[in-house]
Design a protein around this ligand. Sequence first.
Ligand code: SF4
Ligand code: MG
Length: 330
Amino acid sequence: KQPVLKVENLKTYFNLGDDKVAKAVDGVSFHIDEGETLALVGESGSGKSITSLSIMQLIPSPPGEIIDGSISLSGKNLLDLSEKEMVHVRGNEMGMIFQEPMTSLNPVFTIGNQIAEPLMKHKKMKKKEALKEAINLLKLVGFPRAEQIVNEYPHQLSGGMRQRVMIAMAMSCNPKLLIADEPTTALDVTIQQQILDLMIDVKKKYGSSILLITHDLGVVAEVADRVVVMYGGQIVEEASVYNLFTEPKHPYTVGLLESMPNLESTGERLGSIPGMVPPAHDFPQGCRFAPRCKHAMDICTKDVPELFNVDEGHQVRCVLFAEEGEKVAR
Ligand code: SF4
Ligand code: MG
C-alpha cells in the first residue's frame, strides 16, 4: 500500500553568503503509512523543523532552497506543484499545528471567523454553514461552550485553549496528514497531557497520519508508532517506538534517553550529552556526532557513516553497527 507521505533524499540548504552553505536537511528519507504517527526527534538545530517546513513548502526562499529529493503526498510529488496548487494542498490535505498558537491565530478576528474562513475558501461553504461547522469542530476538541467561544477573540483564551482551536482548524479540512511541530512545548505540563490526549482522539476519529516534531521523548513514548532521530541534518536512527526505547543503538539516541527526566523516581536525569549540535554550515568531517561521542574512533572522522539495518525497520547511522547490520542503500 502506498504511504501517505514519502520523503526521499530531501536536501534543504540555506545560502548564508560568503560561500557558507547551511546543510540544514541533508539527504533525509522516511515515510508515514496511513493512520500512523511518526515522530521526528532531535535537539534544536538538528534539522527536524526545517524538514517539516520543507514538506509544507514554507521554507523562506531565499536564503533557503530545496536542492534535491522528492516529497510525495499520496503519490503526488509536492515539489512539482506551483505555489497556487500548494496553497490548495496546505488547505485541503495537510493540517498544521505549531508551537505557539498565538502567532498562527489572527488577533483581530473571532475564533468562529477564523475557523470558518478556510471552510468557506476550500470547502466552498456559505458563512452560516461554516460557522455551524466551526461550532461542531470546537465541540469535538473539547469546548462545551462552543457557541460562546466562536464569538471570542484569541487573547480571551488560555494557551491550551488556543492550541485546541488550532487543532480544530487543522482538522477542519479532514487532512490526510497532520503536521504538529512541538505542539505542547509552550504549554503547562497538565495542559500538555490534555492536548496529547486530544491529538490521539482526533487521530482515531479521523484516521489521519501524523508527523510529530518534538524534542521531548516523553511525548514520543505517548503518541508515536515509529521514531526518526535526526542529528546534523541527517537521520541517525529509525525504529519503532518499542525498539527505540528498549534497544536504542545510536550513541546520540542513547544520550537523549539518558537525559530524559526520570518520572518514576525523582525527576532526576541520568546524564546529559556534552557539547552542542554543530552549526549546519560547519559540520565536522565524517560522523557529525563524533565530537560528542564517547565511542568515537579514528575511522569515525573519515566518512559519514552509512545507515545500517540492525533489525526489521530499525536502522542506525553508526560504524559500531557495520558488522552487525546490513547497509541500507539511501
Ligand atoms: Fe560515535 Fe563513531 Fe558511531 Fe559516530 S560513527 S556515533 S562517532 S561511534
Ligand atoms: Mg523547532
